[in-house]
Design a protein around this ligand. Structure first.
Ligand code: PNW
Length: 451
C-alpha cells in the first residue's frame, strides 16, 4: 500500500510516453520460418556452454505467431508505445540483397495491429542479431558492415516508414561490441580483448551514421536516434589510481559513443589510450557518425563503482560491488543512477529529447501463486524508485520524453537463457500463457495517471 501510494503520487510532464520494450531474438522464436536467415545469435546459442541453461531463442515467447497476444498485454497495461526490434535476417536473410517478402509481411501485421490498438511503434533496427552471412565476412570488424546496415535501414524505412515514425539505429553498441568481441560473453563470442571492442565499435558507429540519413530519405517526419547503455562511473575511493580508472571506464562506455555522436570526435584521452588498437578511421568518418539525431535513447540498469584493476587492458579497471541489494544478474539496485545519468547526459551533450529506452530488473523465475498473481514486489519497488528519479530529472528541466520498461514479458535473456527473467508480465513457457505481474499492475497504474 505504501508502494502504491508512492506510485500514485508521481507526476510526469504532459505527453510523457509510457511503453515497454522487447527485442526480436529474445521474443520471436521461429528462427527459420518463412525464409528467415541465420543470425549470429542463432549460431552462438548452439555453442556448448554459451548459454547457462543450454537454451536458445528458438521458441522464446513465440511472438512470431503470437504477436496478437503481446499487443493484448500492452493493451491490458494501457501502454501507449511499444519498443521492439526488427530481425535483420527476416527482412534480408543473408544481410544484403533480395528482401524476403514474408518477413516484411510479418512486421506489416505487427505494426498495423499496434496502430489499430492505439500503440505507437518504436522500432529498433539492430538489437544484436547480425546476419551470420555478414559475420562470415568479418561482421563488425569489416567496415562494409556499416554499409550493409545502411542498406537494411533503407529497406526497413521504405517498407514501414509510412506508419513507423520513431526509429533507433543501434541498441547498446558498448555492450554488443565489447561483450561480443572483447570478452566473448555474447554473440559472436569473440574474445579478442579491447582491440575487438574498439574496432567493432567504430564500424557500428559508422553504420549508425550512415543509417540515419538513409532512414530520413525514406520517412516523412521521422524521429531518428540511437540507444546507448550509459553508467555514471564512480571511483571506488579517493585514491588517484581509482579516479583515473573511473575516468577510463567512463571514456570507454560513455564518452566514446556520446562524443562521437554529439561532438563529431572521439575523446582525445581515449584515442591516446587505445593507440595502436584503433582501426583505420577515415577522414569522413567523424562527420558521418555525428549525423544530427532527434533523440537519445538511454538504457539504465545500475551504477558502476570502479577501481584500478586488470579487466580489459588498457581500460584496466575492476568493478567494485558495494554492499547493497543486487538483481539476479548481479547488477546493484541503485535508483539514483537514473537521475545521475540523465543529468550527466543533459549537462554534457544536451540532446534535444531523451527517452529511457530500457530500465528494469532481473529476478529468479517466478511462479503464479494460488491466488493467480505473481507477487514481484522487488520489481514493483524498482519501477517506482526509478520512475521517481525520472520525475526529479524532469523537474530539473532534463528533456525526458518517455520511458520503456524492460521488458514487456519474460523472455530469452541472452547468455542467462531463461534463468533471470526481467518481465512485467510472466510467461509460462510450456503454454505461452501471459500473466501480468504485480509490477505490471503498478506500472500500468502509473501510466494511467499521466497528465
Ligand atoms: C540490455 N550492463 O543489455 C539489452 O538491451 C537487453 O536486450 C537485455 O535483455 C537487457 O539489457 C537486460 O540485460 C544490457 O552491463 C547489457 O549494465 C549490459 C548491461 C545492462 C543492460
Amino acid at each position: 500500500q505504501i508502494l502504491e501510494a508512492r506510485a500514485a503520487s508521481l507526476v510526469f510532464p504532459r505527453h510523457f510516453v509510457f511503453g515497454a520494450a522487447t527485442a526480436a531474438y529474445q521474443t520471436e522464436g521461429a528462427p527459420d520460418a518463412d525464409g528467415k536467415g541465420e543470425s549470429i545469435w542463432d549460431r552462438f546459442c548452439r555453442r556448448p556452454d554459451a548459454i547457462v541453461d543450454g537454451s536458445s531463442g528458438d521458441i522464446a515467447c513465440d511472438s512470431y505467431y503470437r504477436w496478437k497476444d503481446d499487443i493484448a498485454v500492452l493493451g491490458a497495461l494501457g501502454l501507449g508505445a511499444y519498443r521492439f526490434s526488427f530481425a535483420w535476417t527476416r527482412l534480408l536473410p543473408t544481410g544484403r540483397g533480395a528482401p524476403n517478402t514474408k518477413g516484411i509481411a510479418f512486421y506489416d501485421r505487427l505494426i498495423d495491429d499496434l496502430l489499430e490498438a492505439g500503440i505507437e511503434p518504436y522500432a529498433t533496427l539492430y538489437h544484436w542479431d547480425l546476419p551470420q552471412t555478414l559475420q562470415d565476412a568479418g561482421g563488425w570488424y569489416n567496415r562494409d558492415t556499416a554499409d550493409a546496415l545502411a542498406e537494411y535501414a533503407a529497406l526497413a524505412a521504405r517498407s514501414f516508414g509510412d506508419r513507423v515514425k520513431k526509429w533507433t539505429t543501434l541498441n547498446e553498441p558498448w555492450t554488443f561490441c565489447w561483450s561480443g568481441h572483447a570478452t566473448g560473453e555474447d554473440a559472436p563470442g569473440l574474445s579478442d580483448g579491447a582491440k575487438g571492442g574498439i574496432v567493432a565499435s567504430h564500424h557500428a558507429l559508422l553504420g549508425h551514421g550512415k543509417a540515419v540519413p538513409a532512414i530520413r530519405a525514406e520517412v516523412a517526419n521521422a524521429s531518428v536516434g540511437i540507444v546507448l547503455d550509459l553508467n555514471v562511473a564512480e571511483p571506488a575511493s579517493d585514491d588517484q589510481r581509482d579516479a583515473a580508472a573511473a575516468q577510463r571506464f567512463d571514456g570507454a562506455q560513455n564518452r566514446w559513443y556520446l562524443d562521437a555522436v554529439f561532438k563529431g570526435a572521439y575523446p582525445q584521452d581515449m584515442l591516446e589510450l587505445y593507440g595502436g588498437l584503433l582501426p583505420s578511421i577515415h577522414a569522413e568518418d567523424n562527420a558521418l557518425i555525428a549525423a544530427p539525431i532527434d533523440y537519445l535513447g538511454v538504457n539504465i540498469y545500475r551504477r558502476s563503482v570502479i577501481a584500478a584493476g586488470d579487466e580489459l587492458a588498457p581500460i584496466s579497471y575492476r568493478r567494485v560491488q558495494p554492499e547493497g541489494s543486487y538483481s539476479a544478474v548481479g547488477y546493484e539496485i541503485w535508483p539514483r543512477s537514473m537521475y545521475d545519468v540523465l543529468g550527466y547526459v543533459n549537462d554534457h551533450y544536451a540532446p534535444k529529447e531523451i527517452y529511457i529506452s530500457e530500465n528494469g530488473v532481473a529476478t529468479r523465475p517466478e511462479q503464479i501463486g494460488a491466488d493467480g498473481h505473481v507477487w514481484d514486489e522487488l520489481r514493483a519497488a524498482y519501477y517506482v524508485d526509478h520512475l521517481e528519479q525520472v520525475t526529479k530529472a524532469a523537474a530539473d528541466g532534463v528533456p525526458v520524453r518517455g520511458y520503456f520498461a524492460w521488458t514487456l514479458m519474460d523472455n530469452f535473456e541472452w547468455a542467462y537463457g531463461y534463468t533471470t527473467p526481467f518481465g512485467i508480465t510472466h510467461v509460462d513457457f510450456q503454454t505461452q500463457r501471459r500473466t501480468v505481474k504485480y509490477s505490471g499492475k503498478v506500472y500500468a497504474m502509473i501510466a494511467a495517471r499521466r497528465a
